[in-house]
Every structure is written in C-alpha cells, then in structure tokens.
Design a protein around this ligand. Structure first.
Ligand SMILES: Cc1cc2nc3c(=O)[nH]c(=O)nc-3n(C[C@H](O)[C@H](O)[C@H](O)COP(=O)(O)OP(=O)(O)OC[C@H]3O[C@@H](n4cnc5c(N)ncnc54)[C@H](O)[C@@H]3O)c2cc1C
Length: 446
C-alpha cells in the first residue's frame, strides 16, 4: 500500500455533474507527516528536477515547522504561478522523479505539499509586489501567457516600464483559454495573474500584434521586446466529411469549456488524437453531456504522446481507448456526422517522429457510430507568425530561433520564450523561460 497521502477527490459520478475541480488538496493532518518523511538531502536532487528552480527542500522544511507564509514566499520568488503549477505540473516526471533515487520507499508527494502551501497562501491573499526604482527603460511584452507575464513581472520589479500586449480579452494564455477548469479553476489562475501584474505592469488586452499594431511600431517605442505568443491548434484532419456539423475542433471546444460555456453534447463522442489535448477534450466531453466517450488513436498506448497520468485520469472517468484505429472518412446522416469509417492499423518502420509508422490493414474497414467527433490533432506554431514578426529567424518547424543561453532572437534587443520557442511544453517551462528572458533583457538594458 502507498505511503503517500492521497488528496480527497470527486467521485466519477460527481465529476460528470460539471467542471468542478476534481482534486481537493491535502488536509493539514496529511501534509505535516508527509513533510516529515523528507530526508532534506544535502544535494537535493528534487531541485534539479524543477526547471523554475523551486527550493523544494527549503519549502518542505518550512512547512514541517508550520511556517506556511515563509514556505509560500520561497516558492513564489522562484515561480510567479505557484498555485497553478502545483496543480498542472507533471511532477512525477519533474521534481518527484529524482526523489525516487533517494532511499525512500516512495518519492515525497512534493506536488501535493506545494499545493497545500500555495492554497494556504491563497486563503490569506497573495501579497502584491511593488515596482522597482524607475530605470527609464521601456520593455514591450507580446503575449500574456505564463511566459510573457513572468517576464513582465520580473522586469517591473527591476524598475523597467513594462507594457504587455495581449490579443485576447483576458490575460493568462492557455491557463485561462486551454487547461480545463476541473484541473485548474479559473479563480486560481486569475489570482496569480493579478499578482503577476501587481508591480505596475501595463496590460493592453484585445490587441493583436500584427493586425492592431505592427511589430515594428512596438520595437520603435521600446528599448527591448519579449515575444511569448504560444502556439495555435493544428488545422483539422483533412478527410472526407471533416466539415460536417457535429465535427468539432478541440481548441474551440476546450476554449468554450474553459470560459464556462461548453457546447452541449449527447450520445457517443469520439475524440481523435493521442496527446494531452485529446485527453482534456475526452474528459471535458464526459462533463459536457456525452453518454460515452471513445478515443481513437492510430498507434498503441505506448506511443501516445499524452502523459501517463492524463491517460490514467481519462480511464478513471470511463473514457474508452481504441488503439491501432485510423479514421478514413466521416459518415453523414440527416446532414450531421453519424459515424466514422475507420481502418485497423499495424505498426511499421519508424517515421520522421521516431515512432513506428501506422500502416493500414486492408479489409478491416468498419464504422463506429457517433453523435459528435472532436478533432484533437495537437498544436503548432501560428501560421502567420513569420509575417507578423518580420526579420526574426525561425526553425524549420516554425518555432522562433533563439540562443538557448539568453533566449535572444536574431534581432538585437528582441527575446522570445515559452511554447512559441520550444514547440509546446509546460506552464513551468514557460515560467522558467520568462525568468531567463527577464534576466537577459535586464543585462541588455544595463
Ligand atoms: C488543452 C491544454 C492543456 C494543457 N495542460 C497542461 C498541463 O496540465 N500542465 C502544463 O504544465 N501545461 C499544460 N499545457 C501547456 C501549457 O498551457 C503551455 O505550455 C503554456 O501555457 C505556454 O505558455 P506561453 O506563455 O508560452 O503561451 P500561451 O499560454 O499560449 O500564451 C500565449 C499568449 O499570447 C497571445 N498571443 C498570441 N499571438 C499574439 C499576438 N500576435 N498579439 C498579442 N498576443 C498574442 C495569446 O492570445 C496567448 O494569450 C496545456 C496546453 C493545452 C493546449
């Protein structure tokens, strides 16, 4: 039996009733003994597992002595989006992974302890930060996701005048428009966005750079620029019937759900794809009224890009997985999608992604009856990115080319980070990039 404490969570039946947060956090009587299990290793391998550099040993020690405020401040200095990351980080692959190398039976539940501390801080209210002594330098940040907001926060505290340009009405990027509410409630993201802009960051929302204001104008009016525009969702699966009513794009579906207005679904819903976006779409479909949700994937579970914990979570929600199944066309009935003609696949030689190529098995065509389909074929760079940010060099994949040491782009004084550079990773990686870029920009301006 596991020695790690388990958070209280909603039952599968309760989850179907809406988008309420599933995990409810640890109680004090669980958190304190778990903190006491920490060996407080001198080398602290857990810290090397956190790209934001959170002093795990330091915060666990403070928690153990009930110094909740001190623990929260220590984490927040390293990570502006502390409470968000305590909910969404794949910690089993990050801080908790090297903890397994110690002689503990099981790694410390670092993520759950982090969440306990962050939630204690939220209960008391996060203390806002003050702007630094003015330097007279102006910095423009394009994109108010975790990368852009972290960079803006750090630079404002150093005394630079920072303006953030954000295309959407609300700041937050995918923390607000992507990650489902049952994993990250909107009030958690909003409280930390408020904290991020607290040191006097100017925020201009509803401004799409490249349309409402040219990039060149922003450059002319600033001493340095940070680009953190993230990614878009990849275009739809181009097979016959893809434009039928009832065939939904995961990006739009998740966006509506995250904003509290999910499309109403019914009957069997098929989700096509094998990444984290597909898992979120499947579990959101469960909440949006589907009686049955089935994920169709061309390879096996071993090749799925979705994190293991996301796949396991979907299974606990009753989502069915059909592997080695490739859709060929959508079947229409009464001017709406009513089925998917699929073919079974077998795996061949590795393709350019390094994964075995799925090959169709002739004669295995079959139709799966569905009421709705959600296409979740992943994310990719915004198609217009190279024309908006003229003069910047890009990688063949469409991501922005930067120096890994400084995040400087090919234009002097212009830096970039987050998903637009790494091709789509995590919130904590975007935070780490925002911090590194702020340091590089400050060095550049000094
Ligand atoms: C469905 C989904 C679930 C996810 N779940 C997790 C998870 O559980 N854990 C995790 O760690 N990560 C998760 N991620 C990934 C994570 O959300 C991203 O890695 C992270 O948000 C990237 O931050 P960013 O600041 O680079 O970009 P974003 O968060 O995408 O923010 C970019 C911002 O730039 C704005 N923008 C774009 N173009 C312009 C322009 N021309 N002018 C002005 N503004 C512009 C956008 O509107 C957006 O607000 C998930 C992603 C998705 C899609």
């Amino acid at each position: 039996m596991s020695v790690r404490p388990k958070m209280r969570e909603l039952s599968p039946e309760e989850r179907k009733a809406g988008f309420d947060e599933v995990e409810k956090g640890l109680a004090l009587h669980q958190a304190l003994p778990e903190a006491s299990r920490c060996l407080f290793c001198h080398e602290a391998p857990c810290v090397s597992g956190c790209v934001a550099g959170v002093d795990v040993v330091g915060f666990v020690r403070r928690l153990k002595t009930r110094n909740f405020v001190g623990a929260a401040r220590l984490i927040r200095e390293a990570n502006v989006f502390s409470a968000v990351c305590s909910r969404v980080c794949p910690s089993e692959e990050q801080c908790e992974k090297p903890c397994s190398s110690t002689n503990l039976a099981e790694p410390i539940a670092i993520s759950a302890l982090h969440r306990f501390v962050a939630d204690e801080e939220l209960k008391r209210g996060i203390r806002p930060e003050k702007a630094g002594t003015p330097t007279g330098k102006k910095v423009a940040v394009i994109g108010a996701g975790p990368a852009g907001l972290t960079c803006a926060h750090k630079l404002a505290r150093l005394g630079h005048e920072v303006t953030v340009f954000e295309a959407e009405e609300k700041p937050g990027g995918l923390m607000v428009y992507g990650i489902p509410r049952y994993r990250l409630p909107s009030e958690i993201a909003e409280a930390e966005i408020e904290y991020a802009i607290s040191p006097g960051v100017n925020l201009k929302t509803g401004v799409l750079v490249g349309k409402d204001i040219p990039f060149d104008e922003i450059r002319r009016n600033s001493d340095a620029v940070f680009i953190g525009v993230g990614l878009g969702y990849k275009s739809q699966l181009d097979i016959p019937g893809h434009d039928l009513p009832g065939v939904l794009q995961a990006g739009e579906f998740l966006r509506k759900a995250a904003l509290g207005d999910p499309p109403e679904l019914s009957g069997r819903v098929a989700v096509i794809g094998g990444g984290n976006v597909a898992m979120d779409a499947a579990c959101s479909a469960v909440r949006a009224g589907a009686s049955e949700v089935v994920v169709l994937y061309r390879r096996r579970e071993e090749e799925m890009p979705a994190w293991k914990r996301e796949r396991e979570f979907a299974k606990t929600e009753g989502v069915e997985f059909r592997y080695l199944t490739a859709p060929q066309r959508f079947v229409e009935k009464d001017r709406k999608v009513a089925g998917i003609e699929c073919v079974s696949t077998k795996l061949g030689e590795p393709d350019s992604s390094g994964r075995p190529r799925p090959e169709f098995i002739p004669g295995t065509e079959h139709v799966i009856d569905v009421s709705y389909v959600i296409l979740a074929t992943g994310q990719g760079p915004w198609p217009e990115i190279s024309s908006v940010f003229g003069g910047i060099r890009f990688n063949a994949s469409g991501t922005i080319k930067v120096s890994p040491e400084t995040l400087a782009t090919s234009i002097e004084g212009v830096f970039a980070g987050g998903d637009a550079v790494n091709g789509g990773k995590t919130v904590v990686q975007a935070v780490a990039d925002g911090k590194l870029a702020a340091k590089s920009i400050n060095d550049f301006l000094s």
